[in-house]
Ligand binder design. Structure first.
Ligand code: MSP
Length: 619
């Protein structure tokens, strides 16, 4: 039975062209999605764009175009880049999509309709008037923190005036006066975070960020403003009429909801009015779901007044959200779980956050004003998509920051791909074509070991007797390479299960290195010469070396396929392997990464350079 694997990324703002940070995140999620497809999981990869907001409204005005036209043009750039970089997603989230607008409004409506019987008001959303200092230029209310040392608001805020504004707020904390929403969301979140860690399934990975999130939640005060008056934000999703006219959804109640909207078959109005649990599969009994008025106090799910969702949602949910460290606190780590809780999602239905670090430039943040923004589109044109994918996955540890360097991209490509793997492929196929032009002989270890007898004539340890090329201690032998290949598959799996693509890639790099050492030490050309002279043992050894190289390359192709899908196809083509599935992803399965796949008598294909060295000096 295949396991569902639902993976999402942050949706990118469409107020500028994509940069290397956007590309990193989408490639990382693509690589993880491909890894899970390799394992045979039922993968759904959702990515997309966050198209609303003041910045878009302003940029479009500046250019004299309608905001929709503006975002459509930038969205097209994102999609073209993902096609170029081989980012293969299954669902596309665009927040101006009418389906999404409907879903956002339906969610707001659900929370608005979730009334407290005592007061008759919504348990989760309330309206409040804010009074304070407002920067006309920055279009935001200012707090005391924004005052300079002289107590005044600095010139960067432009004209500052006292204003009053009504908006809608979403509860993140319990109202001490009314007790709404009926429990303390902040305490629930703290308990939830602690429980997930105690269960060995941390809410945030890598788990060094859990403490960071917990501290932020402990300090949490107040609620989340979720609207803007339509007079000041036009480019957004209008609130449902039942809230009264003139309000537009502000940022997170729009953007985060994409993770729900674009699940295949999702009905924005699921569970709108009826009672019962949500997210149930059809066969699940009513008793499994919390019933209104029937909740236990701890971890109560009093908002669970929704009908079961179609099973495609139930089977995919919950997702793994791949996001950058800047949007963990508060958006994904605080707002989102509380929003889900309010919408009736149970603790078991909460997502996991995979929080990645940032690419910096010489230790500095990338920014338009510093003029150091890296364009992934130009890099892919210059070096090829796979070189860029390889660099983005190999030169950063998931969760940590790294410095982007074009020079290192070239260096790493040349050393790991051109010199190590590319060279191995080329020389292995050339030698096979020369020394075994008809076919390979499957190398059986048992033909290469002999049982030695000890002094009393009893069978001793099994000893490898290919001393012809193993006279120096520590030499690489075919059987050592076989063990390395088996270990590499294990290391790869462990690394990818922890989302550590760099460690996963290293496993295949080490195997390729071991194979190159084998060639250098076994000297197949010497074995071939001896074979010609009638040396049977040299013949066997040559069979073993050539088979070991081809078989290792087959396994390496499977292991690199999540990061380098085109190169993996190229290696399979050259090995003349699974040609009936040429070009297809189903050609690669982790289950096939077991030693011995190439049969006795297999005929390899022709060598063609797969990773030509990059000679261009880095710009
Ligand atoms: N639109 C919001 C996210 C909404 S998710 C419901 C947003 N957009 S963004 O375009 O600013 O950022 C998109 C993603 O790119 C974020 O996860 C962010 O962390 C990531 N990156 C932006 N710059 C980055 C680097 N320099 N390096 C790595 N990733 C970075 O936030």
């Amino acid at each position: 039975m295949s396991q569902p694997f639902f993976i999402t990324t942050a949706i990118d703002y469409t107020n500028g062209a994509p940069h290397i940070g956007h590309a990193y995140e989408k490639v990382l999620a693509d690589v993880l999605a491909r890894y899970h497809r390799l394992k045979g999981d039922d993968v759904f990869y959702l990515t997309g764009v966050d198209q609303h907001g003041q910045k878009v409204q302003q940029s479009a005005e500046k250019q004299g175009v309608a905001p929709q036209q503006f975002v459509d043009e930038i969205t097209a750039k994102f999609r073209a880049l993902w096609a170029k970089l081989d980012v293969r997603y299954d669902g596309w989230a665009a927040t101006t999509d009418p389906l999404h607008q409907e879903c956002v409004r339906a969610n707001l409506q659900k929370l608005w309709d979730d009334k407290d019987p005592a007061t008759g008001t919504s348990r989760w959303i309330y309206k409040k008037t804010q009074r304070g200092f407002y920067s006309v230029r920055q279009e935001q209310f200012l707090t005391e923190k924004e005052r300079g040392p002289d107590g005044a608001f600095g010139p960067e805020w432009g004209q500052v005036e006292e204003r009053e504004e009504e908006n809608f707020y979403f509860r993140l904390t319990q109202d001490p006066a009314t007790g709404l929403p009926g429990f303390d969301p902040k305490q629930w979140l703290l308990d939830f975070i602690a429980k997930r860690s105690a269960d060995g399934n941390p809410f945030v990975v890598p788990d060094f960020r859990v403490a960071e999130l917990r501290h932020a939640v402990e300090k949490l005060e107040g609620d989340l403003c979720i609207s803007r008056p339509a007079s000041r934000l036009k480019w957004g999703i209008p609130f449902p009429e039942s809230f009264g006219a003139g309000f537009v959804t502000f940022v997170w109640f729009d953007a985060l909801v994409n993770y729900i909207t674009f699940v295949p078959g999702h009905d924005p109005h699921w569970g709108a009015k009826e009672e019962g649990g949500r997210m149930k599969d059809e066969g699940q009994s009513e008793a499994d779901s919390p019933q209104p008025g029937n909740e236990s106090a701890e971890g109560a799910n009093p908002a669970s007044s929704f009908i079961p969702h179609p099973s495609s949602f139930a089977s995919l949910w919950p997702p793994l959200h791949v996001i950058g460290k800047d949007i963990m606190i508060p958006a994904h780590g605080v707002y989102w779980p509380v929003m889900l809780k309010a919408l009736g999602f149970t603790d078991d239905e909460m997502p996991t956050l995979l929080v990645h670090g940032w690419w910096n430039i010489s230790g500095e943040k990338m920014s338009k004003s510093l003029g150091n923004v890296i364009d992934p589109d130009a890099l892919a044109d210059k070096y090829g998509a796979e070189a860029l994918r390889y660099y983005l996955m190999s030169d950063i540890a998931t969760g940590k920051d790294a410095d982007f360097s074009e020079e290192r991209l070239v260096q790493q490509y040349n050393s790991a791909l051109a010199n190590s793997l590319g060279n191995l492929l080329n020389r292995s196929l050339n030698m096979a074509a020369k020394y075994r032009p008809d076919s390979l002989r499957q190398f059986e270890f048992k033909t290469l070991v002999a049982t030695h007898t000890n002094q009393s004539g009893e069978a001793d340890d099994v000893v490898d007797h290919r001393d012809e090329f193993d006279s120096a201690k520590g030499r690489v032998m075919p059987w050592k390479v076989k063990h390395k290949a088996e270990a590499a598959v294990g290391d790869f799996t462990e690394a990818f299960d922890r989302a550590e693509a760099n460690a996963g890639l290293f496993a295949s790099y080490e195997l390729a290195q071991r194979c190159n050492e084998l060639v250098g030490q076994a000297e197949p050309w010497v074995l071939a010469k001896k074979e010609k002279e009638g040396d049977e043992s040299a013949k066997e050894n040559l069979d073993a070396v050539l088979y070991t190289l081809a078989e290792s390359l087959r396994i390496i192709a499977i292991l690199i396929s999540p990061v380098l899908p085109k190169a993996a196809q190229g290696i399979f083509d050259q090995l003349n392997w699974k040609m009936d599935e040429q070009g297809q992803e189903t050609r690669f399965r982790l289950a096939d990464a077991q030693w011995g796949g190439l049969p006795d008598g297999h005929q390899l294909g022709q060598p063609t350079p797969l990773f030509p060295r990059i000679e261009t000096p880095a710009a």
